[in-house]
Design a protein around this ligand. Structure first.
Ligand code: ADP
Length: 475
């Protein structure tokens, strides 16, 4: 089985969110199942060049706007599977990975170059597995290629939706010179009066997947479909939900090199040291008895900051510390700054993308982890939290609902605290409930232990992807 995985971000090369964690771990997990997986992504300025440890593939022919471009891909095997990074500085040497007016052009070029690389390497994939809207172009292009290019005749496609809220919208007038001006491709992209790379991928892919079973159902509803629910409903027989795994070689408190002291389910004593270390890092008073509630997320509406803002005063009245790490919308960064300024001894903040070490230190040092998301396709931090004995408080949506079980004091089962309605009052209630049990060490240790022993490893998820690939091959 030969699989080409196309993505716009992957750990350890470039990351803005969970997509990178998934794209970085899946190829390695597939390789362990004897799948020949190749990972393809752009070479951004942000990529640490020392990771490019295997030379390069040169003179890959990419036809683009009537001309032939000869491009280079850099090779790396640090992610445990072959990775190829497209060098195209005019598109990818930018200060940020996304957020440019020509994003659709950048990723259309990437998609075309990725398919050109496969041909250059004579790597005829059984499956092209493309992720999110930036790679929707590759799905549409593969469809077109199958009509005239012998090389891709047998290749089938899987399009994975990590977040339907990002649709890759652009001016439909650009479709023509991007090479998608004729039907059926033009119609795949058409969305109202715009063009959408996400919609094109959903329409053109042989099969679809999302990152949790519940999210697969939710995106078929008006509430969560972001306007594409009709299409996802129409294609539901080809839509699978596979919960993301956790890379426990990276997220494991027993071996984590970033944290102050290692700990395990059998011996939690190191966690106290991690807590003190975390308080110091955020210049908070060393009061280890006071609980720490933490959050790490992109600062966007999806992540539930509106709820936190409404009850920020009440949260502090419970007597906890609050630690937030996040990058994104200015309104939320400003809110965090104001909250910190009002209570510098209780609220610790880091605005910006901090990289891996601080995220690990927060997971290890905090007592509770907040994910009050409006919607959450899968969510990774709740699973990291459980492994680090940090109890998740989540909204019952998408992958959060699938992966966190509400604590039941009657029988001691459950891994965290879950609330239903997207309301600040419901969140505050759950925070209070969690703090109640935090003050009862026997119950708390039970919840911590229940979470630590949950196995969300990639092995199980990779097997499900392999089964799906085998099914798609038969189409
Ligand atoms: P999403 O993909 O929607 O961003 P996930 O919970 O699936 O949400 O994944 C988020 C990932 O990004 C986690 O690994 C988290 O630790 C990391 N992350 C998010 N924001 C930051 C930040 N500001 N600094 C460091 N890591 C971050």
């Amino acid at each position: 089985m030969r699989v080409a995985i196309l993505t716009s971000e992957a750990v350890p090369f470039a990351k803005t969110g969970g997509l990178a964690d998934v794209s970085g771990a899946l190829p390695k997990a597939l390789s362990e199942l004897d799948v020949e997986a190749k990972l393809i992504l752009p070479l951004y300025d942000q990529v640490d060049r020392t990771l490019l440890n295997g030379g390069s593939v040169e003179n890959v022919r990419v036809e683009w706007r009537g001309q032939v471009h000869l491009v280079r891909f850099w090779y790396s095997d640090v992610a445990g599977a072959p990775a190829y990074l497209l060098e195209a500085p005019e598109f990818f040497a930018r200060s940020t990975i996304y957020g440019h007016n020509d994003d659709h052009i950048r990723f259309a070029f990437f998609s075309r170059a990725a398919l050109a690389l496969l041909k250059h390497l004579s790597f005829e994939p059984d499956i092209v597995h493309a992720n999110d809207w930036p790679c929707g172009f590759a799905i549409a292009e593969l469809n077109a290629r199958r009509r005239y290019d012998e090389f891709f005749q047998k290749t089938r496609s899987l399009f994975s939706l990590h977040n339907v809220g990002y649709q890759g919208l652009f001016d439909a007038g650009d479709l023509w010179w991007l090479g998608f001006g004729d039907p059926p491709e033009r119609d795949y992209f058409a969305l109202d009066r715009h063009a959408s790379a996400l919609k094109a991928g959903i329409m053109a892919a042989d099969a679809l997947s999302t990152v949790s079973p519940r999210y697969a159902r939710e995106i078929q509803t008006r509430d969560q479909g972001h306007g594409l629910e009709w299409l996802l409903r129409a294609r539901k027989d080809r839509l699978a939900g596979i919960t993301n795994g956790v890379d426990y070689t990276i997220w494991n408190p027993e071996t984590d090199p970033h944290i102050a002291a290692n700990f395990s389910a059998a011996d939690l004593s190191g966690k106290r040291e991690c807590k003190l270390d975390l308080l110091r890092r955020f210049a908070l008073p060393e009061e280890p008895e006071r609980p720490i509630i933490a959050i790490i997320s992109r600062l966007v509406g999806q992540k539930g900051y509106d709820l936190i803002r409404q009850i920020s005063g009440s949260i502090l009245e419970t007597g906890c510390f609050f630690i937030a790490l996040g990058a994104g919308a200015k309104e939320y960064e400003d809110f965090l700054q104001r909250w910190h300024d009002a209570a510098p001894g209780r609220v610790g903040i880091y605005k910006g993308y901090a990289g891996e070490p601080l995220a690990h230190q927060i997971e290890a040092g905090a007592d509770m982890f907040l994910m009050p998301s409006l919607y959450e396709p899968c969510g990774l931090n709740q699973m990291y939290s459980m492994r680090y004995a940090t109890v998740p408080i989540v909204r019952a949506t998408g992958g959060l609902d699938d992966t966190v079980r509400q604590f039941n004091p009657a029988d001691g089962s459950g891994t965290g605290f879950k609330f239903g309605p997207y309301e600040a009052g419901a969140l505050l209630e759950k925070i209070r409930e969690a703090l109640y049990f935090y003050a009862r060490p026997e119950a708390w240790q039970k919840i911590q232990h229940n979470g630590m022993v949950v196995d969300n490893s990639w092995e199980a998820a990779a097997k499900k992807y392999l089964e799906l690939y085998l099914e798609i091959q038969k189409l």
